[in-house]
Design a protein around this ligand. Structure first.
Ligand code: PMP
Length: 483
């Protein structure tokens, strides 16, 4: 079963699809009613009937069927998932006060807050396991290696990779894209070849490709987006051709929240023999992602946007592709044998992890995906979807506010501008009420240009946000407009 955007709902009924990973909490498929049950945010389609709770799902409080049933005004979409109050208690920082007001964290597209499980995992690692990995022949080196490689296995499962060796730990999405552009790109992209990007890309999925294109004489082609902020698939199809080597696109737009039809876009690219990199920075915290279902050649993400520590991210690459890619940084850990005449290199993933790895952040990220597995990404998706519909509806009712990006399929982020007040000023006013949102161009200037704005206000959601957060936001925006 597939959410648009290629997100996979773990469900045993997918023919030929990889089995859900063992750590996943899976609701019984009969209780889901999920196929097409998600309300379209701006589309014509009617939100479909509510799904029932998962009866008798054992174990975690997240799945207790008697807990929260939310139904947003004007929406027939309701579903029992988990009690968001329990989730909120897992995040100590949500108890903070800012300017005397309770913190309302709606800057999740920039970075997410950390659950206690991640914080405690880091404390435990530093107190009991910390050492450099791989090289040491002592007990703590073994413990640390187990923790680090264990995190790799968790990330492989979380993403549905076929093996942990397809998971390379990097510093983040930016580094992952630079790695692919530099290593794979220089080898496979030549003069006159084409790289296809979309208008919705973050700068980090534009600039590294410009470096390669400039160096080798390749051409960058850009898929346009509609007034709603959806990629225009017909135009995309027309841009693809025998010279297309790489298609790189974001799974979810960080500026508008649009979910791109990733699976379809991958299939179209593969038909012309191109490789595909999907920037999953804004996707993985919001719905289940399975790289094999997507058939992504590369999939990249940042740990800090996935409730993990900053300083770590993941490059997933199909084994056959990673195997034939040259290293991009040289140093310790990535070699087989070094002489002054010649060096030979380790197999992936070590080949791409030169130097001392980003140890504790990787271990913390492993704890973050464990935490999400316990909630169940399907449940996260439902909760956020409903909240997004509520936020969209209530914000859209404010006169003087214009939503930028009205795609039918959105996740995480939403953008707006208000009459007579700059986005930055709105951000400052909201901060006075303890509300954290991002205001600016969001490192997506081509997207801003497409909509004729310099900046937007961008509230963005995560699993711990609730309806009260949205109500506080809406009240504060109304107040800002009155003044
Ligand atoms: N791509 C997208 C879609 C993003 O939202 C971001 C972060 N805003 C990045 C890439 C870059 O991520 P990082 O700064 O963690 O490398």
């Amino acid at each position: 079963m597939t959410l648009s955007g290629g997100a996979m709902i773990p469900n045993t009924s997918i023919p030929g699809s990889p089995a859900p990973f063992p750590g996943a909490v899976e609701l019984p498929s009969t209780a889901q009613g999920m196929d097409g049950a998600l309300p379209r945010l701006f589309g014509d389609a009617e939100p479909s009937a509510s799904a029932s709770a998962a009866p008798g799902t054992p174990g975690y409080y997240f799945l207790t069927p008697t807990l929260a049933t939310r139904s947003s005004p004007g929406s027939s979409f309701s579903r029992r998932i988990f009690d968001v109050r329990d989730i909120r208690r897992d995040f100590p920082i949500l108890q903070e006060r800012v300017h005397g007001k309770p913190l309302v964290w709606l800057d999740n597209a920039a970075t997410t807050q950390k659950p206690r499980a991640v914080i405690q995992r880091l404390v435990h690692y530093y107190e009991h396991e910390y050492s450099n990995v791989h090289r040491g022949a002592h007990t703590l080196a073994a413990r640390s290696t187990d923790a680090y490689e264990g995190a790799r296995e968790k990330l492989a499962r979380f993403l549905g990779a076929s093996s942990p060796s397809e998971v390379v730990f990097v510093r983040g999405t930016t580094e992952a894209i630079n790695l692919v552009a530099s290593s794979w790109g220089r080898r496979h992209i030549g003069a006159g070849d084409e790289i296809v990007l979309t208008t919705l890309e973050h700068h980090s999925n534009i600039v590294p490709w410009q470096f390669v294109a400039d160096e080798v004489g390749a051409v960058i082609r850009v898929v346009p987006v509609s007034d709603r902020g959806e990629v225009m698939l017909d135009d995309y199809g027309k841009l693809l051709g025998p010279r297309t080597r790489m298609v790189a696109f974001t799974h979810v737009s960080n500026a508008l929240g649009t979910i791109l039809p990733a699976q379809e876009m991958v299939q179209m690219a593969h038909r012309v023999g191109a490789r595909v990199l999907i920037d999953g920075a804004q996707a993985v915290a919001h719905f289940p992602v399975n790289v094999q279902t997507l058939d992504a050649d590369f999939y990249v993400l940042s740990g800090h946007k996935l409730f993990g520590p900053s300083g770590v991210g993941v490059l997933y690459g199909k084994k056959a592709l990673l195997d034939e890619m040259p290293p991009w940084q040289g140093g310790g850990n990535m070699i087989q044998r070094v002489t002054f005449e010649k060096s030979t290199f380790a197999d992936p993933p070590a080949r791409f992890e030169a130097g001392t790895a980003t140890l504790a952040p990787a271990v913390g990220l492993g704890a973050a995906v464990d935490y999400l597995d316990r909630i169940g990404m399907v449940n996260v998706a439902f909760h956020e979807r409903e909240l997004m519909a509520y936020a969209t509806e209530t914000l859209s009712q404010i006169s003087g506010l214009r939503m930028i990006g009205t795609a039918a399929e959105k996740a995480g982020a939403m953008s707006f501008v208000v009459d007579g007040i700059s986005a930055e000023d709105v951000g400052r006013i909201l901060d006075q009420d303890g509300i954290a949102v991002r205001a600016g161009h969001h490192c997506a200037q081509p997207t801003m240009d497409r909509f004729g704005v310099d900046a937007t206000v961008r509230p963005s959601l995560a699993v711990y946000n609730n309806h009260a957060d949205i109500d506080t936001l809406v009240r504060a925006v109304r107040r800002a407009l009155r003044h």
